[in-house]
Design a protein around this ligand. Sequence first.
Ligand code: PLP
Length: 428
Amino acid sequence: MQNMSPDTICIQGGWQPGNGEARILPIYQSTTFKYSTSEYMGKLFDLEEAGYFYSRLQNPTCDAVAAKICALEGGVAAMLTSSGQAANFLALFNICEAGSHIVSSATIYGGSTNLMAVTMKKMGIQVTLVDPDASEEELEKAFRPNTRAVFGETIANPSLVVLDIEKFARLAHKHGVPLIVDNTFATPINCRPFQWGADIVTHSTTKYMDGHAATVGGCIVDSGNFDWMAHRELFPGLTTPDESYHGIVYAEKFGKLAYIEKATAQLMRDLGTCQSPMNAFLLNLGLEALHLRVPRHCENAQKVAEHLASLPEVAWVNYPGLPGSKYHELAQKYLPNGSCGVISFGLKGGRERASRFMDQLKLGAIVTHVADARTSVLHPASHTHRQLTDEQLVEAGVQPEMIRFSVGLEAAEDIIADIDQAIAASKE
Ligand SMILES: *Cc1c(COP(=O)(O)O)cnc(C)c1O
């Protein structure tokens, strides 16, 4: 599957039925799995045999979906998580511990900023948030001897900043640490960060991958490219014995699969942020049309962005697909087939006008969601980024008047007509 077109992987990747087995992915709605000898079960616990024993750790439905996403990203191993938040936490915590430090782009999802700057800080892990557009020299200054990971988003939610993945990969590798890229907004249909040097990719599958606002979920994919043993002193969790697993050294025993094996055997065991088989089944249905939906989201968003840019009532429009965008060049390099369906813009009239406009929309719904088949709209300053101060808002690339407009799969002309009537009705 790895070498096939993404279109084929979306449809046929993951579940490969044997003779007489279900054609489509079955839901293994079972907490546990039966074995005939006690000895065999013991070997499973020792990671000596591969097999399922408890769905908190692994489940065949979830693994099939993870395998599909793994193939789409061109990775070597992947795991599903209960949410995108869980994916980013596990991805970082798998290689960080108290005393570690992370360098992260400042323009990321508000939940990820909180995860690192608030919750992981309480665990003794520090983060330095950097301007992703800064020069390499400037970014160098953020690194410390205890830096263990670099983090960014291919297309940031909601600022739509496009990450210069090669620049961040170069910096990370110079300091002997991996680059973790949250590829939620681009999806592997529009960008495969491993091709540009990223080592680990995360997803909130809640967004385009599911695409129907049906299930919260996440995924971590490993490229297998980062050589943990070459930097063994930085990553003792992977390169020294895990006493909670009979002294296994993950990087020695599992080679390129070490990172996901450790995240499963150790972190999923202890933290339990697993995805349910039912949710994985629904996610898989979404993935089966990802290659059809994503281009249509982008096509619609391009039309809506161009329309917004032509309106005198609109103060600014931010969409990487617009030639005037600050990120147009980076988008052409990393996202030649389109960026995403999300646009941000500001209306003349600021914060108050934004609320009035949103209240007037008929097709576009006010929801805490993006990347849905249905057009959705949100005001980050009063919703997702509500916890941030005005200063933090600006740092995260969020202007107080910013409207995050997630263009759905309806007819573009109907979405545009809805915008026009809401702009007219929100005039004072
Ligand atoms: C939504 C989102 C998350 C968090 O994912 P959940 O599934 O809501 O937990 C993380 N990163 C990005 C870029 C997101 O858009």
